[in-house]
Design a protein around this ligand. Structure first.
Ligand code: G3D
Ligand code: MG
Length: 254
């Protein structure tokens, strides 16, 4: 167990209200998840540990409140995030076009620190009512990519049936290990349920992650450091939540 590399990945689920963010998180976390509910402050996060060979990943998934009233303080929640999942409802094209604003907010709020973005078309179980086709969504993602230079992945899910939820988070964990230089790039399969908008346009990416040289730090020291960072990160998250609550109280009183 001690030989495992430990990772703490903060993931934010962003997008308009009612598109299914909470449902996606709950579907992925299952029933027995370890959770810190911060419902009263308009967002909550839950964490889930998964092991991939030598890597122990703690996903900390923040589920942001979609309500506009929270927008002022919402940026706090992007701090420290490494992945952004932008969710829209495939029945409602306006929830997709809205994602551009959510993306801008995520870029600013995370100080450009988010390394992996996935756009999710949710509620694909409602086939009859679907109004955004895969092609329309890919075109939209491509436009966002051209405007921002950001690399996107695209996935279609149903939080109701569970379709593609597990796969999307599996893919995300692989990508996060890849951007941390732990895993070789996963060769992209056309049949994959996740679409890489950069499929035909592979270019080396500069990533600003900390790389630890094994010459200077022993494995045990490294593990201990990671544990300590993990604890500090969890405390910071709690502090962020408390600050948000205070700001809201102040706003209420104004
Ligand atoms: P949010 O967190 O983005 O605001 P929620 O969205 O997760 O609260 O979901 C909003 C509503 O959409 C909920 O219905 C939820 O059950 C439904 N929903 C979420 N994902 C799916 C999906 O994949 N398929 C279908 N059919 N419904 C979904 P209610 O009725 O509780 O408001
Ligand atoms: Mg919600």
């Amino acid at each position: 167990m001690n030989n495992l590399r430990k990772w703490n990945f903060k993931v934010v689920l962003a997008g308009p209200g009612a598109v299914g963010k909470t449902s996606i998180r709950e579907r992925y976390m299952g029933k027995g998840f370890e959770s810190s509910y911060l419902k009263t402050i308009g967002a909550d996060f839950a964490s889930k540990k998964i092991q991939k060979e030598e890597d122990l990943i703690t996903f900390q998934i923040w589920d942001l409140a979609g309500q506009d009233s929270y927008q002022v303080v919402r940026s706090t929640f992007y701090k420290g995030a490494i992945a952004g999942i932008l969710v829209f409802d495939c029945k409602d094209p306006s929830t997709m076009t809205n994602l551009k604003e959510w993306l801008d907010e995520a870029i600013k709020g995370s100080n450009n620190g988010i390394l992996v973005y996935i756009v999710i078309a949710n509620k694909i179980d409602l086939e009859e009512e679907r109004r955004v086709s895969r092609d329309m969504a890919l075109e939209f993602c491509n436009r966002m990519k051209t405007e921002t230079g950001i690399r996107f992945y695209y996935s279609e899910t149903s939080a109701l049936t569970g379709q593609n939820i597990q796969e999307t988070f599996e893919f995300l964990s692989d990508k996060l290990l890849e951007v941390n230089n732990i895993k070789d790039a996963v060769p992209f399969a056309k049949t994959n349920s996740i679409i890489d908008l950069d499929d035909y346009d592979e270019k080396p990416k500069e990533v600003s992650t900390v790389s630890v040289s094994s010459d200077s730090v022993s494995r045990d020291e490294f593990t201990e450091l990671q544990d300590r960072i993990h604890i500090i990160e969890e405390r910071l998250n709690t502090i962020q939540a408390i600050i948000k609550k205070i700001v809201e109280k102040i706003q209420e009183e104004e």
